[in-house]
Design a protein around this ligand. Structure first.
Ligand code: MEV
Length: 438
């Protein structure tokens, strides 16, 4: 039996579900029920979600939690987080409380520049191309005025356009390398629209340029697209306190813990295997807020990891030091975020997140997101260098295991009590639950 289908996108949602469940499932009725139970009872809300993408069958839920008590630059925030991983929100909340009692988080936006490129081939003399580029440079700005007018009113726009010679790496390959300020929008549509116009202007003007030979006139644009690598759109978040305040646990010496923590971060700075996991912990916080505020987490992920490799070796995004008995822990990350446009006006929960955060500017959101990443990293490295990660992780995960095995309320209470002070693992929890049921 063939499993290909023609005209799938033209089918109604019900027809699509029927085809999928009848083609791939041994029990189509049950499969259909799984999919349809996630439909929203509000037809309008369901329609809104259906239309975000193509071929929507249903909704895919992620828990939406909040981490309260974040003190950032003297202001208090409750931070929304959309994430499925147990213990992430709890860890963020604990770190927020810890640092709230030690002066809170300080965050600064260092730069806000976005980048886009027109990649093209030019078969000819570079000096001529350079002269041509300088002659028509103002035309790039003039031809995009219709799109840039509004952005300029908000204080943004095209910052600069440069011609780059990349022929040492690929024959005939040049770029228009443009920089933008997109203020409170992430700016992908604005940048791509400008770039596609630059490409047209480039091709058209080349055709008209009397200084070019016939071959040189035929500039071939390969593509025009923003870059998700934004090393000049950087935010820094930081915490610090006296090393004597570092431990909350009387059995853990503060100075020893501070030193161990700094060494754990240094290991992530020099050892890529550890750096990837260390940064993954940071992204647990960053992605959760990025998602909850309707931003593009794939763009953020791609940009952040490229930045972590900027020295040529993948390294930690966060850093720590002790100087004059003061422990300082900080992060610098590239975050191209938006608080207007895109999903921010379309998705009711995104609007909810932004209002809960006090309708921040993009720069304020950059600070909030970087702080959440730093808080998450602090919580993870603190656990790793003290109790080990499994204690907190499994404590949260225990509920998932119990739900998976349909534990009753009484069984849950008994299991949680039993594992309060002993090692937790999936099989130990299941074994104990089974022993209760005997
Ligand atoms: C788990 O999601 C994240 C950690 O592995 C991060 C880390 O190791 O630093 C705990």
């Amino acid at each position: 039996m063939t499993q290909n289908i023609k005209g799938f996108s033209k089918l109604s949602k019900e027809e699509k579900i029927n085809w999928i469940t009848e083609t791939y499932f041994s029990n189509p009725l049950e499969a259909k029920q799984i999919v349809t139970q996630y439909w929203n009872s509000s037809e309008n809300l369901q329609k809104l979600h259906d239309e975000f993408i193509e071929n929507t069958l249903t909704n895919f839920y992620l828990p939406y939690g909040v981490a309260p008590n974040f003190e950032i630059n003297g202001k208090s925030y409750t931070i929304p987080m959309a994430i499925e991983e147990s213990s992430v929100v709890a860890a963020a909340s604990k770190a927020a409380k810890f640092w709230g009692e030690r002066g809170g988080f300080k965050a600064t936006v260092i730069s806000t520049e976005k980048i886009g490129q027109v990649h093209f081939l030019f078969n000819g003399d570079f000096e001529k191309l350079h002269t041509f580029f300088n002659q028509i440079k103002s035309k790039f700005f003039a031809d995009t005025e219709a799109f840039t007018k509004n952005m300029q009113k908000r204080g943004g726009g095209i910052l600069d356009i440069q011609l780059k010679d990349k022929t040492a790496q690929l024959s005939n390959y040049y770029q228009l390398h443009a920089t933008f300020n997109t203020k409170d929008s992430m700016g992908a549509n604005f940048i791509n629209t400008c770039l596609e116009q630059f490409a047209k202007t480039l091709e058209n003007e080349a055709q008209e340029y009397s200084g070019f030979t016939e071959t040189e006139k035929n500039i071939q644009v390969i593509m025009s697209i923003l870059s998700n690598y934004v090393p000049n759109c950087i935010v820094r978040a930081e915490v610090s306190c006296s090393i004597s305040q570092m431990s909350e646990d009387p059995s853990i010496d503060s100075k020893e813990f501070a030193e161990k923590f700094v060494n754990a971060v240094k290991i992530a700075e020099i050892e890529p295997y550890r750096a990837v996991t260390h940064n993954k912990g940071i992204m647990n916080g960053i992605d959760a807020v990025v998602l909850a505020t309707g931003n593009d987490f794939r763009a953020i992920e791609a940009g952040v990891h490229a930045y972590a490799s900027k020295s040529g070796q993948y390294s930690s995004l966060s850093h720590a030091k002790i100087e004059n008995d003061i422990f300082t822990f900080w992060i610098e990350v590239p975050l191209a975020l938006g608080t207007i446009g895109g999903l921010t006006t379309l998705h009711p929960l995104v609007k909810f997140s932004l209002e809960m955060l006090g309708n921040p500017s993009a720069e304020e959101l950059m600070k909030i997101v970087a702080v959440t990443g730093l808080a998450q990293n602090f919580a993870a490295v603190r656990s790793l260098t003290t109790t080990g990660i499994q204690q907190g992780h499994m404590k949260m995960h225990i509920n998932n295991i119990l739900n998976q095995h349909q534990a009753t309320k009484e069984e849950k209470a008994q299991v949680l009590d039993y594992f309060k002070n002993t090692t937790i693992s999936h099989s130990l929890v299941v074994d104990y639950l089974e022993s209760l049921r005997k």
